[in-house]
Design a protein around this ligand. Structure first.
Ligand SMILES: NC(=O)C1=CN([C@@H]2O[C@H](COP(=O)(O)OP(=O)(O)OC[C@H]3O[C@@H](n4cnc5c(N)ncnc54)[C@H](OP(=O)(O)O)[C@@H]3O)[C@@H](O)[C@H]2O)C=CC1
Ligand SMILES: CC(C)(CO)C(=O)C(=O)O
Length: 305
Protein backbone atom coordinates (compact mmCIF):
# COMPACT_ATOMS: atom_id res chain seq x y z
CA UNK A 1 0.00 0.00 0.00
CA UNK A 2 1.20 3.58 -0.69
CA UNK A 3 1.12 5.45 2.61
CA UNK A 4 2.01 9.00 3.64
CA UNK A 5 2.70 9.74 7.30
CA UNK A 6 2.00 13.39 8.15
CA UNK A 7 3.88 14.37 11.32
CA UNK A 8 7.18 12.52 11.69
CA UNK A 9 7.71 12.84 15.42
CA UNK A 10 7.90 10.02 17.98
CA UNK A 11 4.67 8.25 17.04
CA UNK A 12 5.02 8.97 13.30
CA UNK A 13 8.49 7.46 13.21
CA UNK A 14 7.56 4.17 14.86
CA UNK A 15 4.73 3.85 12.32
CA UNK A 16 6.97 4.82 9.37
CA UNK A 17 9.46 2.17 10.44
CA UNK A 18 6.88 -0.54 11.10
CA UNK A 19 4.90 0.10 7.89
CA UNK A 20 8.07 0.05 5.81
CA UNK A 21 9.24 -3.20 7.43
CA UNK A 22 5.80 -4.67 6.65
CA UNK A 23 6.46 -4.02 2.95
CA UNK A 24 4.47 -0.83 2.34
CA UNK A 25 5.69 2.10 0.26
CA UNK A 26 5.85 4.93 2.76
CA UNK A 27 6.87 8.56 2.72
CA UNK A 28 7.02 11.16 5.46
CA UNK A 29 5.48 14.62 5.26
CA UNK A 30 7.41 17.31 7.11
CA UNK A 31 6.33 20.79 8.20
CA UNK A 32 9.33 22.34 6.52
CA UNK A 33 9.59 20.53 3.16
CA UNK A 34 12.64 18.36 2.58
CA UNK A 35 13.10 15.62 -0.01
CA UNK A 36 14.34 12.95 2.40
CA UNK A 37 14.11 11.98 6.00
CA UNK A 38 16.59 9.80 7.81
CA UNK A 39 15.55 8.11 11.03
CA UNK A 40 16.72 5.54 13.56
CA UNK A 41 14.16 3.64 15.60
CA UNK A 42 14.76 1.31 18.55
CA UNK A 43 12.06 -1.27 19.21
CA UNK A 44 11.02 -2.17 22.79
CA UNK A 45 13.28 -5.25 22.34
CA UNK A 46 16.24 -2.90 21.57
CA UNK A 47 16.46 -3.82 17.88
CA UNK A 48 17.70 -0.85 15.89
CA UNK A 49 16.44 0.13 12.42
CA UNK A 50 17.89 2.84 10.20
CA UNK A 51 15.68 4.14 7.40
CA UNK A 52 15.88 6.75 4.68
CA UNK A 53 12.43 7.77 3.41
CA UNK A 54 11.21 10.02 0.65
CA UNK A 55 9.57 13.12 2.07
CA UNK A 56 7.09 15.73 0.84
CA UNK A 57 6.70 14.18 -2.64
CA UNK A 58 3.48 15.66 -4.06
CA UNK A 59 3.23 12.97 -6.76
CA UNK A 60 3.33 10.19 -4.16
CA UNK A 61 0.71 12.05 -2.13
CA UNK A 62 -1.59 12.18 -5.15
CA UNK A 63 -1.35 8.37 -5.44
CA UNK A 64 -1.67 7.81 -1.72
CA UNK A 65 -3.89 4.94 -0.46
CA UNK A 66 -3.70 5.92 3.21
CA UNK A 67 -2.81 9.14 5.01
CA UNK A 68 -1.72 8.47 8.59
CA UNK A 69 -1.69 11.71 10.57
CA UNK A 70 0.46 11.66 13.69
CA UNK A 71 0.44 15.37 14.48
CA UNK A 72 -0.36 16.79 17.89
CA UNK A 73 -3.98 17.92 18.19
CA UNK A 74 -3.12 21.64 17.99
CA UNK A 75 -1.06 21.07 14.80
CA UNK A 76 -3.77 19.23 12.91
CA UNK A 77 -5.79 22.07 11.46
CA UNK A 78 -2.87 23.84 9.78
CA UNK A 79 -1.04 20.62 8.84
CA UNK A 80 -3.96 18.76 7.30
CA UNK A 81 -5.69 21.70 5.63
CA UNK A 82 -2.58 22.33 3.53
CA UNK A 83 -2.37 18.86 2.02
CA UNK A 84 -6.07 17.89 1.78
CA UNK A 85 -6.50 19.34 -1.74
CA UNK A 86 -3.71 17.06 -3.02
CA UNK A 87 -5.18 13.87 -1.59
CA UNK A 88 -7.20 11.42 -3.76
CA UNK A 89 -10.95 11.67 -3.13
CA UNK A 90 -11.14 8.10 -1.81
CA UNK A 91 -7.93 8.06 0.28
CA UNK A 92 -8.71 7.13 3.90
CA UNK A 93 -7.30 9.49 6.54
CA UNK A 94 -6.43 8.22 10.02
CA UNK A 95 -5.99 10.88 12.72
CA UNK A 96 -3.92 9.35 15.51
CA UNK A 97 -3.78 11.78 18.41
CA UNK A 98 -4.72 12.43 22.02
CA UNK A 99 -7.59 14.78 22.83
CA UNK A 100 -10.91 15.41 21.13
CA UNK A 101 -12.61 18.19 19.17
CA UNK A 102 -10.06 18.38 16.38
CA UNK A 103 -12.62 17.81 13.64
CA UNK A 104 -14.55 20.91 14.78
CA UNK A 105 -11.54 22.90 13.49
CA UNK A 106 -11.17 21.14 10.14
CA UNK A 107 -12.68 22.03 6.78
CA UNK A 108 -15.21 19.48 5.48
CA UNK A 109 -13.36 16.25 4.77
CA UNK A 110 -14.99 14.10 2.07
CA UNK A 111 -12.40 11.29 2.25
CA UNK A 112 -13.07 8.46 4.74
CA UNK A 113 -11.96 9.95 8.08
CA UNK A 114 -11.01 7.84 11.12
CA UNK A 115 -9.76 8.52 14.63
CA UNK A 116 -7.13 6.24 16.18
CA UNK A 117 -6.60 6.11 19.92
CA UNK A 118 -3.37 4.45 20.95
CA UNK A 119 -1.48 3.37 24.05
CA UNK A 120 1.75 2.72 22.12
CA UNK A 121 4.55 4.65 23.82
CA UNK A 122 7.34 6.35 21.88
CA UNK A 123 9.87 8.94 22.86
CA UNK A 124 12.24 10.99 20.76
CA UNK A 125 15.81 11.85 21.68
CA UNK A 126 18.10 14.03 19.55
CA UNK A 127 19.67 10.89 18.05
CA UNK A 128 16.86 8.36 17.69
CA UNK A 129 13.28 7.43 18.43
CA UNK A 130 12.67 4.91 21.18
CA UNK A 131 9.58 2.74 20.95
CA UNK A 132 9.32 2.34 24.73
CA UNK A 133 6.34 0.03 25.12
CA UNK A 134 3.89 -1.93 23.03
CA UNK A 135 0.31 -0.71 23.21
CA UNK A 136 -3.14 -1.13 21.80
CA UNK A 137 -4.58 1.01 19.02
CA UNK A 138 -8.32 1.37 18.45
CA UNK A 139 -9.49 2.72 15.13
CA UNK A 140 -12.97 3.85 14.19
CA UNK A 141 -15.02 6.05 11.86
CA UNK A 142 -15.46 9.81 12.20
CA UNK A 143 -17.65 10.18 9.09
CA UNK A 144 -20.03 8.04 7.05
CA UNK A 145 -17.46 7.45 4.29
CA UNK A 146 -15.22 5.70 6.83
CA UNK A 147 -17.79 2.99 7.61
CA UNK A 148 -16.34 0.95 4.74
CA UNK A 149 -12.63 1.12 5.61
CA UNK A 150 -12.41 -1.22 8.61
CA UNK A 151 -9.88 -3.35 6.66
CA UNK A 152 -7.29 -0.67 7.46
CA UNK A 153 -7.24 -1.93 11.05
CA UNK A 154 -6.03 -5.35 9.84
CA UNK A 155 -3.35 -3.81 7.65
CA UNK A 156 -2.09 -1.61 10.54
CA UNK A 157 -2.24 -4.60 12.88
CA UNK A 158 0.13 -6.55 10.63
CA UNK A 159 2.64 -3.70 10.91
CA UNK A 160 2.38 -2.58 14.56
CA UNK A 161 0.08 -4.74 16.69
CA UNK A 162 -2.34 -4.61 18.38
CA UNK A 163 -4.84 -2.70 16.27
CA UNK A 164 -8.57 -3.28 16.26
CA UNK A 165 -11.53 -1.64 14.53
CA UNK A 166 -14.07 -0.17 16.91
CA UNK A 167 -17.29 1.35 15.56
CA UNK A 168 -17.82 3.25 18.83
CA UNK A 169 -14.54 5.13 18.64
CA UNK A 170 -16.12 8.08 20.49
CA UNK A 171 -16.12 5.93 23.65
CA UNK A 172 -12.39 5.11 23.30
CA UNK A 173 -11.62 8.77 22.59
CA UNK A 174 -13.43 9.93 25.73
CA UNK A 175 -11.80 7.29 27.96
CA UNK A 176 -8.35 8.30 26.72
CA UNK A 177 -9.32 11.95 27.22
CA UNK A 178 -10.32 11.15 30.82
CA UNK A 179 -6.90 9.60 31.51
CA UNK A 180 -5.07 12.53 29.93
CA UNK A 181 -7.28 15.20 31.53
CA UNK A 182 -6.31 13.94 34.99
CA UNK A 183 -2.73 12.70 34.68
CA UNK A 184 -1.22 15.21 32.26
CA UNK A 185 -2.06 18.53 33.96
CA UNK A 186 -1.53 17.12 37.48
CA UNK A 187 2.01 16.05 36.55
CA UNK A 188 2.63 19.65 35.45
CA UNK A 189 1.09 21.08 38.61
CA UNK A 190 3.28 18.90 40.85
CA UNK A 191 6.15 18.69 38.35
CA UNK A 192 6.33 14.95 38.89
CA UNK A 193 6.37 11.59 37.14
CA UNK A 194 3.01 9.85 36.65
CA UNK A 195 3.57 7.42 39.54
CA UNK A 196 3.91 10.23 42.08
CA UNK A 197 0.24 11.11 41.55
CA UNK A 198 -0.47 8.27 44.01
CA UNK A 199 0.13 10.99 46.63
CA UNK A 200 -2.83 13.09 45.42
CA UNK A 201 -5.56 10.50 44.91
CA UNK A 202 -8.23 12.78 46.47
CA UNK A 203 -7.60 15.24 43.68
CA UNK A 204 -7.69 12.41 41.12
CA UNK A 205 -11.06 11.32 42.49
CA UNK A 206 -12.55 14.84 42.36
CA UNK A 207 -11.43 15.24 38.73
CA UNK A 208 -12.98 11.86 37.82
CA UNK A 209 -16.28 12.90 39.45
CA UNK A 210 -16.44 15.95 37.19
CA UNK A 211 -15.45 13.93 34.12
CA UNK A 212 -18.20 11.39 34.72
CA UNK A 213 -20.97 14.03 34.72
CA UNK A 214 -19.93 15.31 31.28
CA UNK A 215 -19.20 11.87 29.82
CA UNK A 216 -22.62 10.59 30.85
CA UNK A 217 -24.24 13.58 29.10
CA UNK A 218 -22.18 12.64 26.03
CA UNK A 219 -23.69 9.17 26.14
CA UNK A 220 -20.51 7.42 27.33
CA UNK A 221 -21.39 4.45 29.54
CA UNK A 222 -19.19 4.99 32.61
CA UNK A 223 -19.27 6.33 36.17
CA UNK A 224 -16.94 8.21 38.50
CA UNK A 225 -15.65 5.08 40.23
CA UNK A 226 -14.88 3.28 36.95
CA UNK A 227 -12.98 6.34 35.69
CA UNK A 228 -11.06 6.58 38.96
CA UNK A 229 -10.04 2.91 38.67
CA UNK A 230 -9.01 3.45 35.04
CA UNK A 231 -6.88 6.50 35.85
CA UNK A 232 -5.25 4.90 38.92
CA UNK A 233 -4.44 1.83 36.83
CA UNK A 234 -2.71 3.98 34.16
CA UNK A 235 -0.84 5.90 36.89
CA UNK A 236 0.54 2.54 38.07
CA UNK A 237 1.32 1.21 34.59
CA UNK A 238 3.09 4.42 33.51
CA UNK A 239 4.63 5.28 36.89
CA UNK A 240 8.09 6.03 35.43
CA UNK A 241 6.71 8.26 32.64
CA UNK A 242 7.00 11.98 32.41
CA UNK A 243 3.66 12.82 30.78
CA UNK A 244 3.63 14.37 27.32
CA UNK A 245 2.20 17.61 28.76
CA UNK A 246 4.98 17.86 31.32
CA UNK A 247 7.54 17.23 28.55
CA UNK A 248 5.91 19.96 26.42
CA UNK A 249 5.98 22.46 29.28
CA UNK A 250 9.63 21.67 30.06
CA UNK A 251 10.50 22.12 26.37
CA UNK A 252 8.43 25.36 26.17
CA UNK A 253 6.11 23.90 23.52
CA UNK A 254 2.37 24.41 23.23
CA UNK A 255 0.53 21.61 25.00
CA UNK A 256 -2.61 19.70 23.92
CA UNK A 257 -4.58 21.20 26.85
CA UNK A 258 -7.16 22.90 24.59
CA UNK A 259 -8.14 19.51 23.16
CA UNK A 260 -8.10 17.68 26.50
CA UNK A 261 -9.36 19.68 29.50
CA UNK A 262 -10.31 22.55 27.15
CA UNK A 263 -12.59 20.26 25.11
CA UNK A 264 -14.07 18.80 28.31
CA UNK A 265 -14.91 22.31 29.57
CA UNK A 266 -16.39 23.25 26.19
CA UNK A 267 -18.71 20.21 26.27
CA UNK A 268 -19.57 20.92 29.94
CA UNK A 269 -20.64 24.46 28.98
CA UNK A 270 -23.03 23.00 26.38
CA UNK A 271 -24.80 21.15 29.20
CA UNK A 272 -24.76 24.11 31.60
CA UNK A 273 -22.25 22.32 33.85
CA UNK A 274 -19.35 23.96 35.64
CA UNK A 275 -16.22 21.96 36.49
CA UNK A 276 -14.24 23.91 39.11
CA UNK A 277 -11.41 21.35 39.40
CA UNK A 278 -10.80 21.03 35.67
CA UNK A 279 -11.19 24.80 35.15
CA UNK A 280 -8.49 25.45 37.73
CA UNK A 281 -6.11 22.95 36.11
CA UNK A 282 -6.84 24.35 32.64
CA UNK A 283 -6.04 27.89 33.84
CA UNK A 284 -2.86 26.60 35.49
CA UNK A 285 -1.56 25.10 32.24
CA UNK A 286 -2.58 28.12 30.13
CA UNK A 287 -0.74 30.35 32.61
CA UNK A 288 2.37 28.15 32.29
CA UNK A 289 2.16 28.29 28.48
CA UNK A 290 1.73 32.07 28.53
CA UNK A 291 5.06 32.39 30.33
CA UNK A 292 6.83 31.38 27.13
CA UNK A 293 4.31 31.99 24.32
CA UNK A 294 5.86 34.49 21.95
CA UNK A 295 9.17 32.71 22.28
CA UNK A 296 8.16 30.85 19.11
CA UNK A 297 11.63 29.45 18.46
CA UNK A 298 11.04 26.01 19.92
CA UNK A 299 8.01 25.40 17.72
CA UNK A 300 8.93 26.95 14.39
CA UNK A 301 12.50 25.98 13.60
CA UNK A 302 12.87 22.92 11.35
CA UNK A 303 14.74 19.93 12.69
CA UNK A 304 17.61 18.47 10.70
CA UNK A 305 16.96 15.12 9.08
N1 LIG B 1 4.51 9.61 21.62
C1 LIG B 1 3.66 8.75 22.17
O1 LIG B 1 4.07 7.76 22.81
C2 LIG B 1 2.19 8.92 22.02
C3 LIG B 1 1.64 10.02 21.41
N2 LIG B 1 0.27 10.13 21.32
C4 LIG B 1 -0.33 11.27 20.65
O2 LIG B 1 0.07 11.24 19.28
C5 LIG B 1 0.20 12.57 18.76
C6 LIG B 1 1.63 12.74 18.21
O3 LIG B 1 2.50 12.62 19.32
P1 LIG B 1 4.09 12.59 19.17
O4 LIG B 1 4.49 11.81 17.99
O5 LIG B 1 4.60 12.19 20.49
O6 LIG B 1 4.41 14.14 18.92
P2 LIG B 1 5.73 14.78 18.29
O7 LIG B 1 5.78 16.20 18.73
O8 LIG B 1 6.89 13.90 18.56
O9 LIG B 1 5.41 14.71 16.72
C7 LIG B 1 4.68 15.64 16.02
C8 LIG B 1 5.45 15.92 14.75
O10 LIG B 1 4.63 16.67 13.86
C9 LIG B 1 5.47 17.62 13.24
N3 LIG B 1 4.67 18.72 12.70
C10 LIG B 1 4.14 19.79 13.34
N4 LIG B 1 3.41 20.55 12.49
C11 LIG B 1 3.51 19.95 11.28
C12 LIG B 1 2.99 20.25 9.99
N5 LIG B 1 2.23 21.34 9.77
N6 LIG B 1 3.29 19.42 8.96
C13 LIG B 1 4.06 18.33 9.14
N7 LIG B 1 4.59 17.99 10.35
C14 LIG B 1 4.31 18.79 11.41
C15 LIG B 1 6.44 18.05 14.30
O11 LIG B 1 7.56 18.61 13.69
P3 LIG B 1 8.33 19.87 14.35
O12 LIG B 1 8.90 19.32 15.63
O13 LIG B 1 9.31 20.21 13.31
O14 LIG B 1 7.29 20.92 14.58
C16 LIG B 1 6.73 16.72 14.99
O15 LIG B 1 7.80 16.06 14.34
C17 LIG B 1 -0.15 13.48 19.94
O16 LIG B 1 -1.51 13.80 19.91
C18 LIG B 1 0.16 12.62 21.16
O17 LIG B 1 -0.56 13.03 22.31
C19 LIG B 1 -0.58 9.17 21.79
C20 LIG B 1 -0.09 8.07 22.43
C21 LIG B 1 1.32 7.85 22.60
C1 LIG C 1 -1.09 7.86 29.34
C2 LIG C 1 -0.12 9.03 29.47
C3 LIG C 1 -0.52 9.91 30.62
C4 LIG C 1 1.21 8.37 29.73
O1 LIG C 1 2.21 9.25 30.12
C5 LIG C 1 -0.13 9.83 28.19
O2 LIG C 1 -0.85 9.50 27.26
C6 LIG C 1 0.64 11.07 28.02
O3 LIG C 1 1.65 11.27 28.68
O4 LIG C 1 0.21 11.88 27.16
Amino acid sequence: MRITVLGCGALGQIWLSALSRAGHTVQGWLRVPQSQLHIQVFTPEQESYHHRFTANDGRLLQQCELLLVTLKAQQLQSGLTLILPLLPADCPIVLMHNGLGVIDDLPTVTQPLCHAVTTQAAYRTSAATLHKAWGFTQLGPLNAAAQSVSHIADMLHQALPDVAWYDQIKISGWKKLAVNAVINPLTVKYDCHNGELKEVLDEVRALCDELATVMNREGIPTDAHQLYELVVNVIGLTAENSSSMRQDIHAKRLTEIDYINGYLLKRARCYGLTLPQHSALYQWIKQKESEYVGDALSTTLPRSW
